[in-house]
Design a protein around this ligand. Structure first.
Ligand SMILES: [Zn+2]
Length: 357
């Protein structure tokens, strides 16, 4: 089959069941204000795993036939006439929330709180494909002094950055509940930003090791240790100044609420169930601040990610696996096993070996 047929390879949610299917779909059309990005590398998100597993959220969110994926780096192949500042050959990544530009928050420059945001690879076709078309206002240029592969994880790195930089952490004690890739990257960021104790809790020893590699000063394996015992051991008396909840576990959230200093600040990224019981009595009596985090600030977060990497922040160890896209099933297996950090899928061999020609 020839590319001139207007078709491309893509990973598609092809049926209402577990898994994804590699199949031919039409190459998306480029509008006036769009760019067409040839995808080089993608990374698998927890969201993609939910879509793969076809959980409840996926069932009521994802349309059958959807091209999934939203973490990527690529090269612009075509730029619409309105796509100012971008041209073919530019290496880019992109913000995965397509915002409306019309609501109050968009107009005031708070796109992260757009009330009409659409997710790439969720509500519209995504990046696990040979080509992705998005509005040029969602495109972020790669800097030549940052390894290109890092841009494939700028989306989750951005979640980590947005959460980690929600509050001032200089000289503060930070608790991170959940040592998934975003929790581990957040550990690296708050340490880089000058936190004193960076304590990460989880039940998964592999991920706790990863947190340690990324910059946690203390990790707590909740199978064997109590957080309070560890706090005593490291000489913490008044509780954590900042809490970053990354696990989505109600138990973790309530433990965090109990172990904060009075007046402490909590940022919530891990997705909790709508009916999660929360100890609001303690929140009120201890004067805690709780803040929900969604996505990334555009472009504040992207700018900070770029400049922190240029200033020496090292999050490279979070990438633990590489697979050719033709082995995408192995990539999803690695993610689902819990024995991985970020998993990169490389699309370039698809072009090298003429599979698309
Ligand atoms: Zn909006």
């Amino acid at each position: 089959m020839k590319q001139q047929d207007g078709m491309m390879w893509a990973l598609v949610k092809d049926k209402a069941d577990v898994g994804l299917t590699m199949k031919r779909v039409p190459i998306p059309k480029v509008g006036t204000n769009d760019v067409k990005i040839k995808i080089l590398k993608t990374a698998i998100c927890g969201t993609d795993v939910h879509i793969w597993q076809w959980n409840k959220w996926a069932q009521h969110t994802i349309d059958i036939g959807r091209v999934v994926g939203h973490e990527y780096v690529g090269v612009i192949e075509e730029a619409g006439p309105g796509a100012r500042g971008f041209k073919p050959g530019d290496f880019v990544s992109g913000e995965g929330h397509i915002t409306c530009g019309k609501c109050r928050n968009c107009k005031e420059g708070h796109k992260e709180n757009c009330r009409n945001a659409e997710g790439v690879g969720v509500n519209r076709d995504g990046a696990f494909a040979e080509y992705l078309v998005i509005p040029y206002v969602n495109v972020w240029p790669c800097s030549p002094d940052i390894p290109q592969e890092m841009y494939a994880i700028f989306d989750p790195f951005g979640n980590a950055t947005h959460t980690a930089l929600s509050y001032n952490v200089l000289g503060e004690d930070v608790l991170i509940t959940g040592a998934g890739p975003i929790g581990c990257m957040a550990a690296a960021i708050v340490r880089f930003a000058g936190a004193r104790h960076v304590v990460v809790t989880d039940f998964n020893p592999y991920r706790l090791d990863m947190a340690k590699k990324l910059g946690a000063t203390t990790v707590v394996d909740l199978n064997h240790e109590k957080l309070e015992d560890v706090m005593n051991r490291i000489g913490m008396e008044e509780g954590f100044d900042v809490g970053l909840e990354m696990s989505g576990s109600a138990t973790a959230l309530n433990q965090m609420i109990h172990d904060m200093k009075h007046g402490g600040n909590i940022a919530l990224l891990g997705l909790q169930d709508p009916d999660t019981p929360v100890d609001l009595e303690t929140v009120i009596f201890n004067g805690l601040n709780l803040k929900g985090i969604y996505g990334r600030k555009v472009w504040d977060t992207w700018y900070k990610m770029t400049t922190m990497l240029q200033a020496g922040l090292d999050i490279a160890p979070i990438i633990t696996h590489h697979f050719d896209i033709r082995d995408y099933k192995k990539g999803f297996e690695a993610m689902i096993s819990g024995q991985s950090g970020k998993v990169i899928l490389d699309w370039t061999h698809l072009y090298d070996e003429g599979e698309t020609k």
